[in-house]
Design a protein around this ligand. Sequence first.
Ligand code: FAD
Length: 564
Amino acid sequence: SPASFKLLLLCTLSSGGLVAYSESQADVSKTSVQMYEKDCKKKRVVVLGTGWAGISFLKDLDVSTYDVQVVSPRNYFAFTPLLPSVTCGTVEARSIVEPVRNIIKKRNEEIQFWEAECIKIDAANKKILCRSTINNNLVGNENFSLEYDYLVIAVGAQVNTFNTPGVLENCHFLKEVEDAQKIRRSVIDCFEKAVLPGLSEEERRINLHFVIVGGGPTGVEFAAELHDYVQEELVNLYPTVKDLVKITVIQSGDHILNMFDERISCFAEQKFGRDGIEVQTGCRVISVSDKEITMKLKSKGEICSIPHGLVVWSTGIETRPVVKDLMGQIGQANRRVLATDEWLRLKGCEDVYALGDCATINQRKIMEDISTIFKAADKDNSGLLSIKEFKDVIDDILERYPQVEHYLKSKHLSDVTDLLKDPQGNDRDEVDIEGFKLALSHVDSQTKNLPATAQVAAQQGAYLSKCFNRRHQCEDNPEGPRRFRGSGRHQFHPFRYKHLGQFAPLGGEQAAAELPGDWVSIGHSTQWLWYSVYASKQVSWRTRVLVVSDWTRRFIFGRDSSRI
Ligand code: FAD
């Protein structure tokens, strides 16, 4: 039993393992000493962050073989895709978070969690310095340090203000749960202020002008949620000001949702037009004050200002200070995010892994290798390959770099297959390598920077935990199962991102989805697909039930507009 085992272990250790037992006892004690030694030899894994990447790594990690410690200023995991719904009370904040300690409990409490932020990574000495983020007058040290054998950096990113004056002071952000809760309160503040006696109509109008800077998925989804909230609840609760409400989306590019298929961005713009949401494209915000947003119209170079009641800044992300500091230490200071190889190992830093929004896979080598493969195949230096040679080269590339396949098979397939046909549409005998390389340059730009999404972060976390779980097996077989020409043998397959599609909820129970294989789906049925996917992707049954019941509550009773 565990108790007798502990007793035995204690006796064995206290006597240096030399106590004479009967033969069978001696065997057991030997085993227990071995187990103790093995325990002591457990490699220390420190994980920074409890977001998509960190939690997906922990969920699948075989914690019995490692001594695992997790550091994060948030003692919960947040389901970020539903944050826009929290801003308007469509779902409650607590429904989309799962306490880290619940997750630890499910892993037999073999993981230790420290609520703190890592403020310094000392890669040379395999140490990190942490500081508690609990701001109150509790006693005890705030700072502590941890040593690691393996470090997994999954700290995500922070909002990027592009150093625009006034943004930090006067804008809301939509990155954390607290941000969504703040927006929810501020929207109600705008309405309550607008109906106070003694305000001019212009003042009421300004208070009810909601501006969203950034026409990406988050900005667009928030605009759509807010529009639904106003139309379905607030116009009935504040009927005197219902005609004064205005929502504006400011986008620096030519279209909103420009990372989606153009059918989706076109549909979104038309829908917003019908809903009365103003979309101002080609405008770059140059400053934000508490009263106005000042922007430059790209086409005319003109500068104009618009008054606002509330501004939500949703323009992109940048690296966190602790990551920037590490990048300086390891010679990556000139990069935007941490560069890893395809096994998610940090370049220039042993036993450190980086995943999720704080990292990107550096694929420059892939493109160099692909060029080399072409050169080798083009024996007569003609710049042309026969169809057979060309297909062999493609197979070779895909065998070595399977992550390229997604791009060859989706968006860029037409570029590639076009090369196999002449302008009349007849099959060619030979393929022009330069043309193919040009087509691949799209692939290069796409694969170099995987999108900063939960999908990528979660897949990377799951991949890395599998590698960690098989590390011992691989150490016993150092040759590893796979050989890659020119780069030796590797123990694991490289990380391969599988794109499962992306959604853009557009309000009015309509959504757009870009599905694998360039499928586009738009409308009410897509919204139901969105509901089912997001319910199924919840990290626990508890949050799944809470989220679904919030949706049901909203259908029956509407959203709660109390300012609490
Ligand atoms: P995060 O999930 O941000 O986690 C980072 C973790 O690190 C957090 O726990 C944080 O507290 C912790 N941390 C921060 N600093 C430190 C430190 N110094 N030391 C230790 N820990 C630290 N993606 C999609 O695929 N689909 C969507 O629909 C979608 N919608 C989104 C909607 C919104 C509003 C937002 C903000 C993002 C959305 N995303 C979506 C993007 C997605 O949330 C991110 O790509 C994903 O969260 C990245 O995961 P991550 O683990 O790298 O970082």
